[in-house]
Design a protein around this ligand. Sequence first.
Ligand SMILES: Cc1cc2nc3c(=O)[nH]c(=O)nc-3n(C[C@H](O)[C@H](O)[C@H](O)COP(=O)(O)OP(=O)(O)OC[C@H]3O[C@@H](n4cnc5c(N)ncnc54)[C@H](O)[C@@H]3O)c2cc1C
Ligand code: FES
Length: 285
Amino acid sequence: MPDNGHNPYEPTPMHIIRAYFESNDNSLKTFELTFDDHKDCEAFFNKYNPGQFCQLSIFGKGEAPFGIASAAWEGDFVRFTVQKLGSFTKHIHTFKAGDPIGMRGPLGNGFPLKDWKGKNLVIIGGGCAFSTLYALTKHVHHPENRLDFDQLVVIYGARTSGLCMYKHDIQSWYQREDIEIHQAIDVPEEGWSHHVGYVPDVVKEVAPSPMNAVAVVCGPPIMTKYTLPTLVDLGFAPEDIFISLEKRMKCGIGKCGRCNIGSKYICKDGPVFSLAELQALPADI
Ligand SMILES: Cc1cc2nc3c(=O)[nH]c(=O)nc-3n(C[C@H](O)[C@H](O)[C@H](O)COP(=O)(O)OP(=O)(O)OC[C@H]3O[C@@H](n4cnc5c(N)ncnc54)[C@H](O)[C@@H]3O)c2cc1C
Ligand code: FES
């Protein structure tokens, strides 16, 4: 049983306050959820750390894990961006403002922000896995937190400009002197003035310095696979490279054994691991 005395499998009752498409092909939809009971809201924000995820649950349909895409300072709501893939995500895409939904979380460890104080952060994301990095960037650039960190470099790739998420906010990051933002798409498009190419190549081109820096990587497995050696080549130590892993999950709390790699449970010990930690585990990422 968790510290609040609730059954850990019982979803918190929530409802959707905003739902909108993120991508021009409607495959990515963002949902902002708020709490039916204010006590649940307090309990959530007492535990929430960027990089964590929740199990969203729909009565009669089941549950699925999604990374939290909002920072705590944004308000009493929790944001998720859902890519439409199979039956659960197709169903959730039919949801709109006012609809009730269940949520378990926050789950997992999140980013070790205390250990990163005073460091330069190099944030590297691809596709819809950028959601928790968006939350991380928003957390870091808030005036209350910004002085805890040094330089902030964000590299974010999507297949096409139409699939780039959080456009309005990211556009405003270009105006800030305290964020170095690099966006990329896979192939050239008319009107696109940023990088063109795959994320690992853009990382090579930007060549962030490893001096007093940590790098955080979230993206599809192929992007992660090629980005990690690129960071090592640039001089980042495996202890200073962090990866957020996605694996099939069920319980989300380290009980069912569905998500383990060796002795580690992605849901409970992760989803955020350093490359040094992963190198000590059986090859399975
Ligand atoms: C910690 C964590 C955070 C996540 N965050 C997000 C998020 O922010 N936004 C988002 O859209 N999705 C996220 N996912 C993935 C999401 O949970 C799955 O897409 C969802 O469960 C698919 O359910 P479905 O019934 O629609 O599709 P299914 O019918 O279950 O699967 C459809 C297709 O997607 C693939 N798939 C399903 N789950 C995963 C997975 N976990 N990893 C890789 N491929 C998968 C299947 O192999 C299949 O090809 C996250 C997963 C984890 C573990
Ligand atoms: S999902 Fe059950 S142990 Fe991780």
